[in-house]
Ligand binder design. Sequence first.
Ligand code: NAD
Ligand code: UDP
Length: 335
Amino acid sequence: MNRIHGKRIIVLGGAGFLGSHLCERLLADGASEVVSVDNFITGDARNLVEPRKDGRFVSLHHDITEPFAFEGPVDFVFNMASPASPIDYAQLPIETLRVGSIGTENGLRLAQNKGAVFLQASTSEIYGDPLVHPQREEYWGNVNPIGPRSCYDEAKRYGEAIVAAYRRAHEVRTRIVRIFNTYGPRMRLNDGRVVPAFVGQALRGEDFTVFGDGSQTRSFCYVSDLIDGIVRLAVSDVEEPVNIGNPREMTILQFAEAVRAAMGGGSRITFQPLPKDDPKQRQPDITRARQLLGWEPRVALEDGLRETIAYFRRLTEHSDPPRTSNTRVDAGPVV
Ligand code: NAD
Ligand code: UDP
């Protein structure tokens, strides 16, 4: 029997792209109850259509920067709550800093009170524009503390710091996953991240908007691989941060070619200015995940892109899919 079976689990940010996939995986692994706490600031109730069909799932509408508490036992708290795309956190800088700081501490307090494991969704952004390549967990990063990405990067760095402090001061059992660029169904077509941007452009017959000269690199991980890494980390006893991502690195120009190939041709490229502080290179060193969690990615980019394109194609064909009748969104604060 796996170590999720029979457990009561809180997912902060459960209505988002990654959070909703995590909720589904935890239900599939036999959790006794999965509670999503989300204020829907960048999430979407439609992401929860499948979990809501399951009687073990509860969706609560609540801003985690406001206090919250639960009756009864809690075994795991997963903190996925934060705007995550550069466009989102540029529009929501204060909300991003507050959820990464106050929201994370509220989640840690819950875990402390319940004796639960707390898993923090951190990010490759804590490495900033990295001077070490590929990025190993030992690297401390190169972050502009006042630049346009700082509301996100520094919130996530503070998040790791307060997680480490609660572990040291209160002996909370904590886990930190540093997530590298992850893609898949349920990203928002207009969230500005490069995967939905290029796929959306290809579906609409528009040109790919490549920022800068397209020589900057990223490494794209499919969502099911990422979620598997997160669950393995949660049930492990690994307290150090762990990179989870796909080490297959490519330039953004090469990525545009991959989307074009997956679509069977189409879009040309137009170049647009590179956003300030856009990291020049990013590739996870996943030695730690391999050795400590026995994890490595399995889904090839070509396969993941096919699934993602099919999802976005369905979305654009049925632009407003109906909500299910058993939608259950309770008003906060949570008790
Ligand atoms: P997302 O925007 O789809 O999901 C974030 C969720 O958090 C949304 O449902 C949003 O409504 C919720 N949220 C935000 N502020 C909240 C608040 N104050 N109270 C309650 N809920 C709140 O983003 P995502 O891509 O699913 O990212 C999930 C997590 O993973 C984030 O913490 C992000 O920083 C991290 N991450 C994601 C990636 C990636 O490639 N997707 C990479 C690195 C890190
Ligand atoms: N990017 C791009 N065109 C777009 C959107 C993004 O060239 O329409 C680039 C962006 O400048 C960055 C890379 O793609 O170098 C990944 O961007 P994304 O926002 O997906 O993630 P992040 O920068 O946080 O890694």
